[in-house]
Design a protein around this ligand. Structure first.
Ligand code: FE2
Length: 289
């Protein structure tokens, strides 16, 4: 059964009480017209410029020289404080050669765009984002990671059902995701799906660094609910996701890409787990909005 989104909102620069009520009840908010088409185009163009500058050959050599797993894990960890490129699984062969042109091979760009890229930084530290962050209850909102998710045509990979707090754990839990459609996200090109209200259920897993490698540990055996609310989002719509809300996105088999910009915030007042995958060195300290 497919459920409708209970309420869609329209952004007017103010976080309203009805938004607060819907966020509490559903664990997500769909806010139309959060960003203008002009802003989305700017962020799209900047994404394309970053991909243009991505050296796919150097990337392939780095990965093949040191052995996939080790290099991939270091590359991933280092992406906490830089702008790295991750490729679609179906865009590379087993030796790391691109099967598509790089503009159609990048799955994701991350994870410090909001700090290092002026165009993304302007948007991420805008008044509207700050208003939203305070609205959802963050006292000292801090942006911990950001990424562009490309969902390339035909090969855009699916993202399995997960809770964002699994990856960005704080005590108490404060992780919130802001996800903005830079292009129309539809059921045809792999929009997100959520399990409305299931942010009130347990946190199932944690992805942690055990000192030698990353591992997934089980916190709760409770099964994941079905995500049966499609969060279709026209260009410029922002989706807020509670850190415990189960969500996923389907593969993109359509001929259209589905670019989105996702920001993850935590409260600076909360205790940020020292074994989260994403760690920031002291000189890259966490700013608050
Ligand atoms: Fe997520």
């Amino acid at each position: 059964m497919v459920n409708e989104i209970p309420t869609r909102f329209n952004w007017s620069g103010i976080f309203t009480e009805s938004m607060q009520g819907a966020y509490r009840a559903d664990g997500f908010l769909v806010i139309d017209n959060f960003a203008s088409h002009e802003t989305c185009d700017k962020l799209m163009n900047q994404s394309d410029a970053l991909i243009e500058g991505f050296d796919a050959e150097a990337h392939r050599v780095a990965f093949s020289a040191t052995g996939q797993t080790h290099a991939a894990s270091d590359y991933f960890k280092n992406s906490a404080t830089d702008i790295s490129f991750f490729l679609e699984e179906e865009a590379v062969d087993e030796t790391g050669n691109l099967l598509k042109k790089k503009q159609r091979a990048v799955n994701k760009i991350g994870h410090a765009l909001h700090e290092l890229d002026p165009v993304f930084s302007d948007f991420s530290y805008s008044r509207d984002i700050r208003t939203l962050a305070r609205g959802v209850g963050l006292e000292k909102p801090s942006m911990i990671q950001s990424m562009v998710i490309c969902k390339q045509p035909f090969i855009g990979g699916e993202v399995n059902t997960h809770q964002d707090s699994t990856f960005l754990y704080t005590e108490p839990e404060t992780c919130v995701g802001f996800w903005i459609a830079l292009e129309d996200a539809t059921q045809e090109n792999g929009c997100m799906w959520a399990a409305a209200g299931a942010h009130l259920s347990s946190l199932r897993q944690r992805f942690r660094n055990n000192g030698s490698q990353m591992e997934m540990i089980t916190l709760s055996e409770e099964s994941m609910p079905r995500c049966n609310t499609p969060l279709s989002a026209p260009k410029g719509t922002l989706v807020v996701l509670h850190g415990r809300l189960p969500h996923h996105s389907a593969p993109n088999r359509s001929a259209e890409s589905r670019y989105a910009y996702a920001m993850h915030l935590v409260d600076k007042e909360a205790n940020y787990a020292s074994d989260n995958w994403l760690q920031r060195p002291a000189e890259f300290s966490l700013k608050h909005l």
